[in-house]
Write a protein that binds this ligand. Structure first.
Ligand code: HEC
Length: 198
């Protein structure tokens, strides 16, 4: 009797029951994770970049990868200040914008005496001014008044050396000296006043 019951087709089936199937969402999840992992590795690993795996070809190649020198870093900082504080009106190319602001590239006010140039962003500029043979009659606010002497000096050094301009750097100490000399001033400058500064 017991023999018969163990061969009962129903009980055999029961013993084999419990076959596990992997749910589809898990397969998809693993595939997505695997793919993400490869993308992550691609972006964060050294991959086969020559800078990681190949020896340097020459000393000059190594030098190119060195941090920039003090003077270069100063100009880079100046470019950043210029882009956020001045470029809106004068343009990233320093060519100015019609009806908005005169060019800085090739301008006597940029290339001339540093005391003249420093005064413009410190207090602003108003009234007629001739730049590269063209007369402008607008007003510039004191865009540089809130900048630190270092940031303003860097921005002015940048505009004296960008776009083919070729004038000497301006130091934070020079900016501080002009600030001290013009401490009581609230009015913007006129071109005539600036020209009297040598
Ligand atoms: C809101 C627009 C505006 C911004 C921002 C601005 N300027 Fe000007 N800038 C002018 C205008 C307008 C004039 C001409 C004013 C006039 O007609 O008297 C001028 C004139 C000048 C001049 C003399 C003329 C020339 O082209 O050489 C210099 C130098 C100058 N700006 C430098 C700067 C610097 C540096 C900054 C940033 C710290 C700056 N400007 C930001 C509008 C602006």
């Amino acid at each position: 009797m017991s023999m018969q019951s163990s061969l009962d087709p129903q009980s055999v089936t029961d013993a084999k029951a419990g076959q596990v199937t992997v749910p589809m969402w898990l397969v998809v999840l693993l595939a997505v994770l695997g793919y993400w992992g490869m993308v992550y590795f691609d972006h964060h690993g050294g991959w086969f970049d020559a800078r990681v795996y190949a020896p340097f070809a020459s000393v000059s190649v190594v030098n190119e990868l060195q941090p920039v020198s003090g003077a270069e870093a100063f100009v880079n900082r100046g470019r950043a200040v210029y882009e956020t504080t001045c470029a809106l009106c004068h343009g990233s190319d320093g060519q100015g914008k019609p009806g908005q602001a005169p060019p800085l590239a090739g301008s006597d006010f940029v290339l001339g005496p540093s005391g003249r140039l420093i005064r413009i962003p410190l207090h602003g500029l108003t009234g007629p001014i001739e730049v590269r043979g063209q007369v402008w009659n607008l007003a510039m606010p004191a865009m540089g008044a809130a900048l630190s002497p270092e940031d303003l000096a860097a921005a002015l050094t940048y505009i004296r050396q960008a776009w083919g301009n070729n004038a000497g750097p301006i130091s934070a100490a020079e900016v501080e000296a002009v600030k001290a000399a013009t401490a009581g001033r609230t009015l913007p400058w006129t071109a005539a006043e600036l020209k009297s500064i040598q």
